[in-house]
Design a protein around this ligand. Structure first.
Ligand SMILES: NC(=O)C1=CN([C@@H]2O[C@H](COP(=O)(O)OP(=O)(O)OC[C@H]3O[C@@H](n4cnc5c(N)ncnc54)[C@H](OP(=O)(O)O)[C@@H]3O)[C@@H](O)[C@H]2O)C=CC1
Ligand SMILES: Cc1cn([C@H]2C[C@H](O)[C@@H](COP(=O)(O)OP(=O)(O)O[C@H]3O[C@@H](C)C(=O)[C@@H](O)[C@H]3O)O2)c(=O)[nH]c1=O
Ligand SMILES: [Mg+2]
Length: 333
C-alpha cells in the first residue's frame, strides 16, 4: 500500500498555519550553552538540539573569565536563547579562590542577563541548594530566606540576584547534588573508591536529593515544550511556558551522602560490579568528623511543588534516577 502523502502534508501545513507563525524560514535559531562540557551543559546540548543550532564553545574557544571575550562572542553570534550551565563548582577550592568563583558564579550570569534583557531573549540559569542556610528539617521554598555558608554558595546567590534584577526574561533552576554518567561527581568518586577500599566513612547528617544532570536538562527543555492544549499563536518556541523566577528542580525523596553511597554500592552489586566495598561497610559519620575548608548545609531539602504545578509533572524519585544513571555509566564509561 502506498502511503497517502498528500493527506499527511495537508495535516502538517494546517498545524503550522493554525498554531505557529514560526515557519522553517525563521530557523535555525542560535542557542548558546555555556559550560557545554560540564555535567548539565552536556545534557542540555542533547535536549535542546531540536530547537535550533547549538553553540557550545569549549574553554579554549571562549574563556568565560574574560568579560570582553564574552561580549564579543555574544555580539558575533547573537544567540536567541542562552542556557548558562557554566559555573565554578569546586566548593572547597572556592574558599581560597573567591575572585575566580565570583567571576564565574556572579559576574558572568549578570553579564549574560544584561545581554538577554537588552535583546529581549530568555536566560536559563542554574543554581544550588548551597544558597540556603541549611538549618532545620523543613524543605526550602523558592522564597525562603537565603544565607549561604560557603564562598561557592555566596557567589551563586549573587548570580541569582543579578539575574532576578536584570529585567531579562529568566528561569533560575535551583538543583542539588548533581551527578551524571560522565563528569566529576559523587557517584563516580564512590565507584572509584569502592573498587579499592574495603571501608569508607561518609557523612550522614547532610540531607538532600541527588539529581542527575540528564533530568535537569530534560525538565529544562520541557519548560519550552508546549502541551498541545496550550499551543498559542505567536508564541516563540524559545519563550518558556513558565514565568520568570526561581524554580527548585530536584528528585523526589531525600537521603544523606551516606545513604546515597550505600544505595550506589547496593545497585552496583545488583549489576554484578566487582567492588572491594559493601553497603554494610560504609560507615556513617557526622559532618564534624569530616572537616573540609567549606561549610556545607545539613538541610538541603528542596520543596518541588512550584515546578511540578507549573509544568504539570511529577518529578521522579532519586532511587529510580540513580538506577538509570548508574546503568548508563556502567554501559558507556
Ligand atoms: N555539581 C553539583 O553538584 C551542582 C551544580 N549546580 C549548578 O548547576 C550548574 C551546572 O553544574 P555542573 O554541570 O555540575 O558543573 P560542572 O563543573 O560539571 O561544569 C561546569 C562547566 O563550566 C565550565 N567552566 C568553568 N570555568 C570556565 C571558564 N573560565 N571558561 C570556560 N568554561 C568554564 C567548565 O569547563 P571545563 O569542562 O573546561 O572545565 C564546565 O564545562 C552550575 O550552575 C552549578 O552551580 C547546582 C547544584 C549542584
Ligand atoms: C569523598 C567523600 C565525601 N564525603 C562527603 C563530603 C561532602 O559532605 C559530601 C559530598 O562530597 P562532594 O565533594 O561531592 O560535595 P560537594 O562538592 O560539596 O557537592 C556539592 O557541589 C556543589 C557544586 C553543589 O551545588 C551542591 O549541590 C553539592 O552537590 O560527602 C565523605 O563523607 N566521605 C568521602 O569519602
Ligand atoms: Mg564537588
Amino acid at each position: 500500500m502506498t502511503p497517502d502523502h498528500s493527506q499527511l502534508s495537508t495535516h502538517n501545513s494546517q498545524l503550522t498555519t493554525h498554531h505557529s507563525p514560526f515557519t522553517p524560514h525563521n530557523l535555525p535559531f542560535t542557542i548558546l550553552i555555556t559550560g557545554g562540557n560540564g555535567q548539565v551543559g552536556f545534557e542540555l546540548q542533547r535536549q535542546f538540539a531540536p530547537w535550533g543550532t547549538i553553540l557550545a564553545p569549549t574553554r579554549q574557544a571562549l574563556d568565560l573569565t574574560n568579560a570582553q571575550a564574552v561580549d564579543d562572542y555574544l555580539a558575533q553570534h547573537q544567540p536567541a536563547l542562552i542556557l548558562n550551565a557554566a559555573a565554578y563548582t569546586a566548593v572547597d577550592k572556592a574558599e581560597s579562590e573567591p575572585e575566580q568563583a565570583r567571576r564565574l558564579n556572579a559576574e558572568l550570569p549578570a553579564q549574560l542577563a544584561a545581554y538577554a534583557a537588552k535583546q529581549g531573549i530568555t536566560l536559563v540559569h542554574y543554581s544550588t541548594d548551597y544558597v540556603y542556610p541549611g538549618n532545620g528539617e523543613t524543605p526550602w521554598q523558592e522564597d525562603s530566606p537565603t544565607a549561604p555558608l560557603s564562598i561557592y554558595g555566596q557567589t551563586k546567590l549573587e548570580g541569582d540576584e543579578a539575574v532576578t534584577q536584570s529585567g531579562a526574561h529568566h528561569l533560575i533552576f535551583r538543583t542539588s547534588w548533581v551527578y551524571a554518567a560522565r563528569g566529576n561527581n559523587f557517584m563516580k568518586t564512590m565507584l572509584r573508591l569502592g573498587h579499592k577500599r574495603e571501608t569508607l566513612n561518609i557523612v550522614n547528617d547532610q540531607i538532600g536529593a541527588p539529581t542527575p544532570a540528564r533530568l535537569i536538562a530534560q525538565i529544562s527543555a520541557l519548560a519550552f515544550t508546549p502541551h498541545a492544549s496550550r499551543l498559542t499563536p505567536g508564541h516563540s518556541p524559545l519563550t518558556p511556558y513558565l514565568s520568570s523566577g526561581v524554580y527548585h528542580l530536584a528528585t523526589q525523596g531525600e537521603t544523606s551522602w551516606h545513604g546515597l553511597a550505600s544505595e550506589i554500592f547496593k545497585q552496583a552489586a545488583q549489576r554484578q560490579v566487582e567492588l572491594a566495598i559493601t553497603p554494610e561497610n560504609t560507615q556513617g559519620i557526622t559532618t564534624a568528623q569530616y572537616p573540609t575548608p567549606a561549610k556545607r548545609p545539613l538541610n538541603s531539602r528542596l520543596a518541588l511543588s512550584k515546578l511540578e504545578r507549573a509544568l504539570g509533572i511529577t518529578l521522579p524519585t532519586w532511587q529510580s534516577q540513580l538506577a538509570l544513571t548508574l546503568q548508563e555509566h556502567l554501559e558507556h564509561y
